[in-house]
Ligand binder design. Structure first.
Ligand code: G6P
Length: 607
């Protein structure tokens, strides 16, 4: 949700800001703007549309000695040039870029309005500039520190003042802010990708911290002016990982990368001798792990479906009751935290606000919350009590793909450990490990037949609506398949348990509403076959993902895609990848913006 970048240094300012914004574009891409500081003046360019639209209106010679930029995902106020950030105060001397939502903006706007401030935009963010103006008396940092306590809501904030050359003030509450330390240059941005081509030395800011930035120095302090000594970390991602390479979209690149990203999530974590998993990051002793009586997984979006899949397996293999809850619901539900319950927060970005707030709510009640995150140093990763990094490498496409299978991998390792500590024998543990290790090979063979899914997409992309139907461990995978198609192809799709169609969804069936069935070889296969026949009897087209050699399914379905044979617990991996590819190719057929679908953003740092 919105990306911000600030820069103090000697490089060509507009280049640094525009390329930085391009890297942040996945966070929001409906409008963008930059503010260039030159001795005692600020120049602002802003434009509705993508970063390329902004780039087109910024004169090549425009530059400055310090500056900042913003890429927007609109919350308050339509998508217009005027509502794009940066926003200024009445004098035009103070400019701000804001990621987040100011919840009490109407009250502040009214008050500041009555004091003579005039507003030009429909945004919540503009009040920040005027509030700082009202507090300012020569010291910009102090004005920001005096303003911040009056803001309710979330913010990652950058502030510039024309009379404070080469100075940027940053503040954070709930929305990410990372400081980058270069050689005679400094950065402040929503995430590391914006600065990675310049520096790998970073400092992660926390809520309540304020940063004063110049080209040569930075100071971090709290709102009571106490200096804070920050640890400097090193980014482990490589720059090439932020490029598409030979692929036409990040999404397809990331789908293909799963063959490598799944082993990365397993790397060093499989103990073949003991037939168990080694997960040192959990920060829990074996004795503590043995005391776990219940597991609750909290997440949003695709991560939620990874959690649901894992919860099913945790209960069935490790015999530990497990549920998955939407973080957005849990955080407002006054959840009951009990001794013996372990919580997992699953989040690719580690910044999803609902998930973060749920973590905090749970921790405040004494819960132990572990994180399953991809982005190292992200807020959820830092604030959780331990966890597992999935090491997928940067996921840039808005629709999550490789993070899903890596989240599953990390959670499967945890399940293995729990199961081996309880009922699972050594030999079964070995079989489980063999199964998990065989997944990348199975995915390779699916990816080699991506063309078959492209052909299916050609045939079905004009459907009005889709049903995605699965049972058992593949029920959440059906939900994920439907989500993918909605997200990037904008085709209405509903994921259901195939058993539930008779309670409503079957009423939707007609020739233009195909059903995608997930048919692994498990104990529910015969039930799925009956459900397929029910759909066929009502004239609905059926596509089935089934295991190699499943003739019976092939005879009923209009089209099949065979997945390699694998045991039930690993079937989600071989089912989800064809669904990702199918959604991708449907989106291509429909000429959608695959990597940046309309109205969405990758990192949802607002409620
Ligand atoms: C957004 C993204 C999804 C993602 C969800 C949760 O909606 O577009 O791809 O699954 O957020 O994100 P997280 O980073 O917490 O996994």
């Amino acid at each position: 949700m919105c990306g911000i970048i600030g820069y103090c240094g000697k490089k060509h300012l507009t280049d640094v800001l525009l390329t930085g914004l391009k890297r942040l574009e996945y966070r929001g891409y409906d409008s963008a703007g930059i503010c260039l500081g030159n001795s005692n003046s600020l120049t602002i360019y802003k434009k509705e549309g993508k970063i390329r639209d902004l780039t087109a209106i910024v004169p090549r010679e425009a530059t400055g000695s310090w500056g900042m930029g913003h890429t927007r995902w609109a919350t308050h106020g339509g998508v217009t040039d005027v509502n794009a950030h940066p926003h200024t105060d009445c004098s035009g001397k103070i400019a701000i870029c804001h990621n987040g939502i100011i919840e009490n903006y109407s009250r502040l706007k009214e008050k500041l309005g009555s004091e003579g401030h005039s507003f030009h935009t429909e945004t919540d963010s503009e009040v920040i500039a005027h509030l700082i103006e009202s507090m300012y008396s020569g010291d910009l940092e102090k004005a920001v520190k005096d303003s911040v306590p009056l803001l309710q809501g979330t913010f990652g904030l950058l502030v510039m003042h024309a009379d404070h050359p080469c100075e940027i003030i940053g503040a954070r509450n709930g929305s990410p802010l990372v400081l980058g330390i270069g050689e005679n240059e400094m950065f402040l941005a929503s995430d590391v990708s914006a600065m990675m081509s310049h520096t790998k030395q970073v400092v992660y800011c926390e809520d309540g911290e304020v940063v004063k930035l110049s080209a040569l120095d930075y100071q971090v302090s709290d709102l009571r002016n106490r200096p804070i000594d920050k640890e400097v970390s090193r980014i482990s991602w490589e720059l090439e990982e932020l490029e598409k390479g030979k692929f036409s979209h990040f999404m397809i690149k990331e789908i293909f990368e799963q063959v490598q990203s799944i082993p990365r999530a397993m790397n060093g974590r499989v103990d073949e001798n003991q037939a168990t998993a080694r997960l040192g990051g959990l920060n829990m002793t074996e004795r503590e792990l043995l005391g776990i009586k219940r597991v609750v997984i909290i997440a949003a979006g695709t991560s939620f479906y990874a959690g649901q899949t894992a919860a099913w397996l945790l209960e069935s293999l490790a015999r530990i009751p497990a549920v998955t809850e939407l973080a957005s619901e849990l955080r407002y539900r006054n959840p009951l935290v009990e001794e013996g319950t372990l919580y997992f927060a699953v989040s690719q970005s580690g910044e999803t606000l609902d998930t973060l707030m749920a973590v905090r709510e749970l921790q405040s009640k004494g819960a132990r919350v572990l994180g399953i995150c991809n982005v190292v140093g992200s807020t959820i990763a830092r604030e959780s009590d331990g966890g597992v990094y999935i090491h997928s490498g940067p996921e840039i496409a808005v629709a999550s793909t490789k993070a899903f299978t890596s989240q599953l991998t990390a959670l499967y390792l945890f399940i293995l450990k729990m199961a081996r500590m309880r009922h699972m024998a050594w030999l079964q543990g070995q079989t489980f490990i063999e199964g998990l290790l065989s997944v990348p090979r199975c995915l390779e063979s699916i990816l080699a037949r991506a063309g078959e899914l492209q052909a299916l997409a050609k045939k079905y992309h004009q459907a009005e609506s889709f049903l995605f139907l699965g049972r058992g461990i593949n029920y959440p995978v059906a939900l994920e398949g439907a989500l993918k198609l909605k997200e990037i192809a904008y085709i209405h799709a509903e994921g259901c348990s195939a058993a539930e169609i008779k309670h409503g969804p079957i009423a939707l069936i007609n020739q233009n509403t195909p059903s995608m069935f997930l048919v692994p070889e498990d104990h529910l296969r015969s039930k799925l076959i009956s459900n397929m026949k029910e759909i066929k009897a009502r004239g609905g087209p059926v596509i089935a993902l089934c295991m190699e050699g499943d003739r019976e399914t092939a005879e009923i379905a209009d089209d099949v895609f065979y997945v390699p044979k694998i045991s039930e617990e690993f079937s989600p991996f071989v089912m989800v990848v064809p669904l990702q590819l199918f959604a991708y190719y449907c989106a291509l057929e429909l000429e959608r913006n695959v990597d940046q679908p309309r109205n969405l953003a990758k990192s949802v740092t607002v409620e």
